[in-house]
Design a protein around this ligand. Structure first.
Ligand SMILES: Nc1nc2c(ncn2[C@@H]2O[C@H](COP(=O)(O)OP(=O)(O)OP(=O)(O)O)[C@@H](O)[C@H]2O)c(=O)[nH]1
Ligand SMILES: [Zn+2]
Length: 362
């Protein structure tokens, strides 16, 4: 029945629910009730605790490492929630903001019994909702009935798992001419994903030949650098320099990918900035929050290039991982075009860390 939501729609709904603080249910028999820590209120926490003794606070393995807690489940850790846990305690364990001023969060009792598959799915969902990757969970018997009684979105893990790992399909919504300072013959294409996540854009300059390698830039959104002129990174100058180079060459394509903060979203990037002010570098800050160094899905860039008809690029980047990802996704990188602009006293450490830890070319 096409009038009912499919698994892609349900996942989008689940992400929106988690962001609003509404619980979602995973599974059909012995299932799991899931709430995002970030959007949790005191009453809902009390209601979850009242459900039984097996309520957990689920974190990523990265966050557990920072807390010096063993991650028995590998990439996640299930912290048994004390019966008297307050919202402040839950948030302090999940969010590293006060790690330095209040280092004692434990002792934490980490669960190692039972199956953690649904808990893992819950953290993946929170991450894909661009929330702090931390959830409170409670087992529920007859999950389907529980979800229906409480009008909650329910996800079947077997159908969700392949969907969550799959690449997203896009549809071009519209394209129109937008004369730019750097290039008057520019067109902006808007691409909308089928899964309700962010739209991405392509700025096509001139009429590049689809057969020859096109001068291309995969630019990841940086609200602070692109719009505000932040000096903490080099994104704004890179964006402008790429457009100017394309303007001068008379053709090129710039993908503006809404993968703010290397895919963790602006709120989490600002959490990372707050940690950087405490002395952590850009990679350490991501890890303390529970994220990997880079959470971007590079398949999106390749998919959009293909949709526009490009199979080969002269890629403007200093990031070898980007080149490798494009090649892996079937886009030929005929040449790397360095894009070294925007260094200033505020971002020298940031650029040095990227070179040292993420392999960026100097
Ligand atoms: N998580 C996080 N993201 C950041 C930080 N500074 C910049 N970003 C984001 O990083 C992305 C840009 O990625 P970079 O790593 O600077 O560069 P790159 O795209 O990998 O490589 P280039 O093609 O050489 O620019 C943008 O989405 C920014 O919002 C930070 O300190 N933490
Ligand atoms: Zn930036």
């Amino acid at each position: 029945m096409t009038l009912s939501p499919d698994i892609t729609d349900l996942l989008a709904r689940a992400r929106a629910d988690l962001r609003m603080g509404v619980p979602v249910v995973l599974g059909s028999d012995h299932g799991l009730l899931v709430l995002s820590v970030e959007s949790l209120g005191p009453q809902r926490l009390a209601d979850v605790i009242a459900l039984g003794p097996d309520v957990d606070l689920v974190l990523t393995g990265r966050r557990a490492t920072t807390l010096k807690a063993p991650a028995y489940d590998g990439d996640i850790a299930r912290v048994a929630l004390p019966k008297d846990a307050t919202l402040e305690w839950v948030q302090a364990v999940a969010d590293p903001a006060d790690d330095l001023s209040h280092p004692m969060k434990g002792p934490l009792r980490i669960r190692r019994d039972g199956d953690a598959q649904l808990h893992r799915l819950a953290v993946t969902l929170a991450k894909s909702a661009r929330l702090l990757p931390a959830v409170v969970t409670a087992p529920v018997e007859d999950a389907a009935e529980f979800a229906s009684d409480h009008a909650l979105t329910r996800i079947d893990p077997d159908t969700a798992a392949p969907r969550l790992g799959a690449s997203v399909l896009f549809e071009e919504v519209v394209a129109a001419r937008v004369p730019l300072r750097a290039a008057q013959n520019a067109r902006l294409h808007v691409f909308r994903p089928e899964d309700g996540s962010e739209e991405h854009y392509a700025i096509e300059i001139g009429h590049p030949d689809r057969v020859k390698p096109v001068l291309a830039r995969l630019h990841s959104a940086c609200f602070t650098g692109d719009l505000l002129g932040s000096l903490k990174c080099d994104c704004g100058p890179q964006l402008n320099a790429a457009l100017e180079a394309m303007g001068e060459a008379g053709e090129g394509v710039l993908l503006y990918l809404n993968q703010e903060g290397r895919g963790i979203g602006l709120a989490n990037k600002m959490r990372a900035y707050a940690l950087q002010d405490q002395g952590f570098d850009t990679v350490e800050a991501n890890h303390r929050l529970g994220f990997e160094d880079d959470e971007r899905d590079f398949r999106i860039g390749a998919e959009l290039l293909r949709k526009l008809g490009f199979g080969s690029v002269r890629l403007m980047t200093n990031n070898p991982a980007k080149i490798a990802m494009m090649e892996k996704q079937g886009i030929t990188v005929a040449e790397r075009v360095p894009l070294k602009v925007g260094e200033n006293p505020h971002n020298t450490d940031y650029l040095a860390t990227k070179a040292r830890k993420s392999g960026h070319l100097l």
